[in-house]
Design a protein. Structure first.
Length: 140
C-alpha cells in the first residue's frame, strides 16, 4: 500500500501514522501548520497522479511571477481535477512563498529539487495533457 506526502505529494510506502515522505517535508509540514495552512489529507492506496493540467488554472493563479507553469503543475499534480481551484492556488502560493521552496530549487541535492527535475523530464516526454481550459459538462 502507498501513501502520498501531505506537503509535496510524492508517493511513498505506507507506514501507520506517517504523513511525510522525508524529514525535509516533515519540517516544512510543521512550519506550514504553525502558519495555519491546511495541508492535504494523506491519501492511502494512492495509485495515480493527474495527467491533465489546465492553462486557465495557472492564468487564474495570482502569483505567476513566483513560479513557472511546470512548477505549478508539479505542486498540484496529486490533487484531483475536481479539487477546488482556490484551495489548490492557496496551497501553491503558501509553498512557493516559503523560504525552503526557494532554497530547495537552488540545491540540486534537496529532495524537492530532485522530484521537480523528475517531474520536468516526464512533463517534457509528453505524458501529461495540457489543455487551455476546463470544459464544463452540461447537466443532463
Amino acid at each position: 500500500m502507498k501513501c502520498v506526502c501531505t506537503v509535496c505529494g510524492t508517493e511513498f510506502p505506507y507506514y501507520k501514522g506517517k504523513l511525510y515522505c522525508s524529514n525535509s517535508c516533515k519540517t516544512k509540514g510543521h512550519k506550514l501548520k504553525k502558519e495555519g495552512v491546511e495541508l492535504r489529507q494523506p491519501i492511502s492506496g494512492f495509485n495515480q497522479e493527474r495527467t491533465t493540467f489546465y492553462l486557465s488554472d495557472y492564468e487564474n493563479f495570482n502569483e505567476k511571477s513566483l513560479c513557472s507553469f511546470i512548477q505549478y503543475c508539479f505542486l498540484i499534480k496529486n490533487f484531483s481535477e475536481s479539487e477546488n481551484i482556490d484551495f489548490m492556488n492557496d496551497y501553491v502560493e503558501t509553498i512557493i512563498r516559503s523560504n525552503e521552496f526557494e532554497q530547495d530549487l537552488k540545491n540540486h541535492k534537496a529532495p524537492m529539487k530532485r522530484k521537480l527535475l523528475e517531474f520536468e523530464e516526464i512533463y517534457h516526454s509528453g505524458r501529461y495533457e495540457i489543455k487551455d481550459s476546463r470544459t464544463l459538462k452540461n447537466p443532463e
